[in-house]
Design a protein around this ligand. Structure first.
Ligand code: MOS
Length: 732
């Protein structure tokens, strides 16, 4: 990595310098506070009580003992909770802003559902008393078993906002015209969120004004959800989230504990803090759905696609519908005249699913990119050549041109750097001691949904010269938002990065779309660049003398005879931008070593290429991709939430049972950014990175395992048991 010099940061050509995180010092010294860490005088502690059944009715709940416990202030149940605004049509409504009703029913819809809320003077007292609350139930048979209830599937309104079904041409025709066909089913398991910082909320009322410290990716929508739930005017609500320990989609909506905390603060007229446990992260903060994906593919003898279908079957909650758009990636990735992509869902007594890093693409790319590998194998064709052969000229979904698409370069550069030419097409050809060695690759794409954002700049003079403060209701979920905002402003204003202060994480500041879906970086920095440019033009207009030679903000301020200046701007997709399809692209290359006797898999190296338009900061961008790859390793090898089909309870309840990759599971990771200029997506030319990193990693690993062993692993995670007992797998 290049050395950082002040000149690099100051020069427009060097936007992208690997600047250290500007909030790094605060993070490592513990001064950057997460939601639960704010000190609020006289705060009480809330702890939820969870249902011990998954389906039925709560016949009674006995709080007498809990109420007598030391330090307990109040025990809330459906008997004494305030009446919440009911959730509206839960299928089509915006989940980030809709009201969320808690404790207003005796119906039990999933294991762990909150049935009570204990408020006490300390966290320990609240947690202890929560264990003293006793509920009785009338149980019904919980709907948990996928195979048993799959026949009750229906067509949902939408798949996470995308079209439920799309079709072009005729699959039947495409398959009958094909020389080679495959019909395969892949399955990805339920996964849960494990961010470094679990969810936490503090609610403080001062009169009728509410301040909420919350672990949220979305300040504005959270405010609206709270307003809709409690009928509190939006202008009376302030949501604060200056630092967040990971979001990944889990913190895109306000979960039940947020509403419980606010309710308690309101009813008790005291500040209340709730920090949910790791166990509640498994049962009460959403999950990634189990996706069963039926793929059909047909090609001519020379590898041109004639047909491709991707039919997704998944589950949702009985009381709310969320469908992951797993088939979406197949709609836009390759050129085929005949295609069908569908999503079906059925109700279960499993909590409502939610967004999880690259929702749709993470499971969908596993199915798509393994299918491509299986077909390349049938064709005896190199998997990269097969993909290039089916590269579309425009977006197959809507015919729009791509704002930029460097997938072919990603694959070719990656292949070169990885040493792909050493791969043997035939499996089981490469060994090292007792290990079978395999190479695999997969291509990746992820939508780059640029959105409107606002920003404010405040210019003033300090000891070293011109300084700027950038203010906006953006969030930094650990991705480097603070730093790229500072770099963008420094770049436009021609001042060093350390003279830019960044004030974000406060819903009172100019509105932004929040962090999620890989839209944050492009949306925030386009607004920052716009407001800085607008400030410079406004200053120019104030100068009465000839200002044509003046370029820097400092020169303009001095010529305008100003010591302070402030400007606000809103920037969003242009008419030109809307004419294009926006996607980031990448490719992953993986080497695996497999011990067939023990079913052990080592992943000594992963090499990834990404084409994401402008890279704002080489270091934080690389970290995003590395994080995605590590999670992709977890998805491929270990991560799985297992429910007891009889009771709907969670077998995997902690990190001891839900395995995420640790250092020993991760080998060498190499990340390369393919230089790319996207002139259409936004003024910064920035596409998304965060979710591209995980997309297709699991497919590349499974494809490498096939190359090593000749075994197709179609059900994730690829556990040692599945590899050893391969013949017993449900091989579709
Ligand atoms: Mo995103 S689903 O907020 O990683």
């Amino acid at each position: 990595m290049a050395e950082i010099t002040e000149n690099m940061i100051k020069s427009k050509d060097n936007l992208g310098a690997p600047e250290n995180r500007i909030e790094g010092f605060l993070k490592v010294t513990g001064k950057a506070k997460y939601a639960a860490e704010f000190s609020v005088p006289n705060v009480l502690y809330g702890f939820p009580v969870r249902s011990t059944i998954a389906a039925g009715t709560m016949t009674d709940i006995d709080t007498a003992e809990a109420e007598k416990a030391e330090g307990v202030v109040k025990v809330f149940t459906h008997k004494n909770a305030m009446k919440f605004n009911p959730a509206p049509d839960v299928e089509s409504t915006n989940k980030m802003t809709m009201p969320k009703s808690v404790l207003n029913t005796t119906a039990i819809n999933s294991f762990g559902q909150y049935i009570g809320f204990v408020v006490a003077e300390t966290f320990e007292q609240a947690r202890y008393a929560a264990n003293l609350v006793k509920a009785t139930y009338q149980e019904t048979d919980p709907k948990i078993d996928f195979d048993k209830y799959v026949d009750t599937a229906y067509k949902p309104d939408n798949a996470n906002g995308a079209a439920t079904d799309t079709q072009r041409g005729s699959m039947e025709e495409g398959m009958s015209n094909a020389s080679k066909t495959l019909d395969i089913t892949y399955q990805t398991p339920i996964e849960v969120h494990n961010p470094m910082e679990p969810h936490a909320t503090i609610a403080v009322f001062e009169g009728d004004a509410l301040t909420v410290y919350d672990a949220t990716q979305m300040l504005g929508p959270s405010k609206v959800a709270i307003s809709n739930t409690f009928n509190i005017p939006q202008e009376k609500i302030r949501v604060l989230a200056p630092y967040i320990g990971g979001g990944f989609g889990s913190k895109l909506r306000a979960w039940d504990h947020v509403m419980l905390t606010i309710m308690a603060a309101k009813m008790l007229d005291k500040p209340v803090k709730t920090a949910i446990t790791r166990q509640m992260m498994q049962t009460n903060a959403g999950l990634r759905q189990l996706n069963r994906q039926h793929m059909r593919i047909g090609t001519s003898t020379d590898g041109k696609l004639t047909a491709m279908s991707h039919e997704v079957m998944t589950h949702t909650a009985v009381d709310e519908v969320f469908v992951e758009q797993a088939g979406f990636i197949t709609r836009t990735m390759y050129d085929t005249p005949n295609q069908l992509v569908t999503h079906r869902v059925f109700d279960t007594n499993i909590q409502v699913p939610t967004w999880m890093r690259a929702p749709g693409e993470t499971p969908g790319s596993f199915a798509l990119e393994c299918t491509m590998d299986e077909m390349a194998d049938q064709l005896q064709m190199d998997p990269i050549a097969f993909r290039i052969k089916n590269e579309p000229k425009t977006n197959p979904l809507d015919g729009k041109p791509f704002s930029s698409r460097s997938l072919v370069q990603c694959m070719q550069v990656g292949a070169d750097k990885f040493g792909w030419s050493k791969r043997k097409q035939e499996p089981r050809q490469n060994t090292k001691d007792n290990w079978l060695v395999g190479y695999g690759m997969a291509a990746a794409s992820r939508a780059a949904p640029y959105q409107e954002s606002s920003s404010r700049v405040k210019l003033s003079y300090g000891d070293d010269g011109l300084e700027a403060v950038i203010e906006m209701a953006a969030t930094d979920i650990g991705t480097g938002t603070y730093t790229i905002i500072a770099q963008t402003a420094a770049n436009c204003l021609d001042i060093p990065v350390d003279r830019v202060a960044v004030n974000i994480g406060d819903s009172d500041l100019p509105a932004t779309p929040g962090s999620g879906g890989s839209w944050g970086a492009g949306s925030f920095t386009s607004a920052v660049d716009a407001v800085c440019e607008k400030a410079k033009s406004a200053l120019k207009n104030k100068i009465t003398s000839d200002s044509s030679a003046l370029t820097t903000a400092d020169e303009l301020m001095k010529a305008a005879k100003l010591t302070e200046f402030e400007m606000e701007a809103t920037e969003g997709p242009s008419e030109d931008s809307k004419k294009y399809a926006h996607f980031s692209y990448g490719a992953h290359f993986v080497e695996v070593w497999v011990d067939e006797d023990l079913g052990m898999v080592k992943i000594p190296r992963v090499l990834s290429t990404s084409a994401v338009g402008t890279v704002l900061n080489q270091k934080t961008a690389r970290s995003q991709v590395v994080g995605g790859i590590v999670w992709g390793i977890g998805q491929a090898m270990t991560e799985e939430t297992t429910l007891d089909k009889r009771y709907g309870s969670y077998v995997t309840r902690t990190f001891a049972d839900y395995h995420v990759p640790v250092n020993l599971d991760v080998g060498d990771i190499e990340v390369h950014f393919i230089p790319e200029e996207d002139e259409h997506i936004n003024r910064m030319g920035v596409k998304g990175i965060g979710e591209l990193g995980i997309t297709s990693v699991a497919a590349a690993i499974a494809n490498a395992i096939y190359n090593a062993t000749g075994k197709r692993m179609r059900t994730l995670p690829i556990t040692p048991a599945k590899l050893v007992d391969y013949e017993k797998q449900p091989v579709a």
